[in-house]
Design a protein around this ligand. Structure first.
Ligand code: PMP
Length: 350
């Protein structure tokens, strides 16, 4: 039985054409929020969870690999290396494994088990490292990945935090899609910053077509970005947060935060709670960073005194957080859910 599976895998992997699913990256749908109080605003969600790899990062996975191939920095038999919260790794693995490259990823240990299992199932090699150390520490995920890139011959370090192809992917795809889907009527975009690729790319695009557009930062409590936006200070000391994929302890090389007009700090309880509410109210299963973005978007919308059209993102699918955001035991253990709600769920089950 096992050997026939192994044979099947080999047959699949020797096929040379790219899988058709890669053409499904991008052009994601947008839906209006209808069940939350959005004040005078109309609020729209761009469902990046509908990308084939399940997140907004498929866009940069494809563009970083194709650019590296074009520039001769990634060649047949090569290895793609990246430091990732998981989603960039999934986007890279989707494209790179299809093209026959080895994929080596360094992922901090706070990231969900579902992401790690998904990465391994795609044939990526995953190095888990510490979440509680900062830049300059040998076990910091980005320094660790940079070191592997030096050690492994024929490797290409995607380096989303410094790779200009990252914002370019959003400038050329995400931005034009939002502009068309809102019929050129849009006043604000609420974004989170991990690498800063989404914000920077959208800033460049909307500076050309709609310079009055306001960018709103949704930042987890503990990240240094809100303080940087509000005061220009770069705090050397960051806190910790459970939301995955956004918030930073440094300013990424590619991140342009100059267009951010408002920043909201959202704590884990509000982020996780809002993601859970989104599922119950609108039927959309989203990850923890979407909870942060939606919470900030709702605060921004409710503070407006004139009608506005606002867009934010469902950055990734909630299926990769079933063991966390959507697990009442975990939520209760983390102090993110009151025991009362846990009992509610037991009532539902029994
Ligand atoms: N949400 C999630 C779930 C992510 O994984 C990421 C990227 N790490 C982002 C948002 C932030 O996107 P960006 O890197 O473009 O700032």
């Amino acid at each position: 039985m096992y050997s026939s599976y192994a044979g099947l895998e080999k047959k699949i992997m020797t096929k040379q054409t790219d899988p058709a699913v890669l053409a499904l990256i991008g052009n994601t749908p947008m839906v209006k929020v209808t069940r939350f109080d959005t004040g005078l605003c109309e609020l729209f969600l761009k469902l990046e969870s509908q990308n084939p790899g399940g997140s907004i990062k498929d866009r940069i996975g494809r563009s970083m690999i194709e650019t590296a191939e074009r520039e001769g920095r990634l060649q047949a038999g090569g290895t793609v290396i990246e430091a990732t919260a998981g989603n960039t790794g999934l986007g890279l693995a989707l494209v790179a494994r299809a093209k026959g490259y080895r994929v080596v990823l360094v992922v901090p240990d706070k990231m969900s088990t579902e992401k790690i299992l998904h990465l391994k199932a795609m044939g990526a090699e995953v190095h888990i490292t510490r979440s509680d150390v900062g830049k300059g520490h040998p076990e910091y995920y980005q320094d660790y990945a940079a070191r592997l890139a030096k050690e492994i011959p024929g490797s290409y370090f995607a380096d989303q935090f410094n790779n200009t192809t990252n914002p370019l992917a959003h400038e050329t795809t995400t931005g034009p899609e939002i502009w068309a889907q809102t019929d050129h009527r849009i006043d604000a975009i609420v974004v989170g910053v991990g690498s800063g690729g989404t914000l920077t790319g959208l800033t460049r695009y909307f500076n050309k077509v709609q310079p009055a557009l306001e960018f709103v930062l949704a930042d987890p409590k503990g990240s240094i970005l809100t303080e940087y936006v509000e005061t220009g200070n770069i705090n050397e000391v960051s806190g910790s947060w459970a939301v995955e994929g956004i918030g930073e302890d440094f300013i990424p090389g590619i991140a342009d935060l100059s267009s951010v007009k408002h920043a909201y700090t959202i704590d884990d309880a509000e982020s996780f709670g809002t993601a859970r509410e989104l599922l119950r109210a609108e039927g959309i299963l989203a990850g923890s960073s979407t909870g942060t973005l939606l919470a900030a978007a709702l605060r921004y919308c409710r503070a407006q005194t004139t009608p506005k059209r606002v867009v934010t993102f469902v950055c990734d699918t909630g299926t990769r957080y079933l063991s966390k955001v959507y697990n009442d035991n975990w939520m209760t253990d983390q102090g993110l859910l009151k025991r009362k709600n846990y009992n509610d769920l037991r009532d539902i089950i029994s």
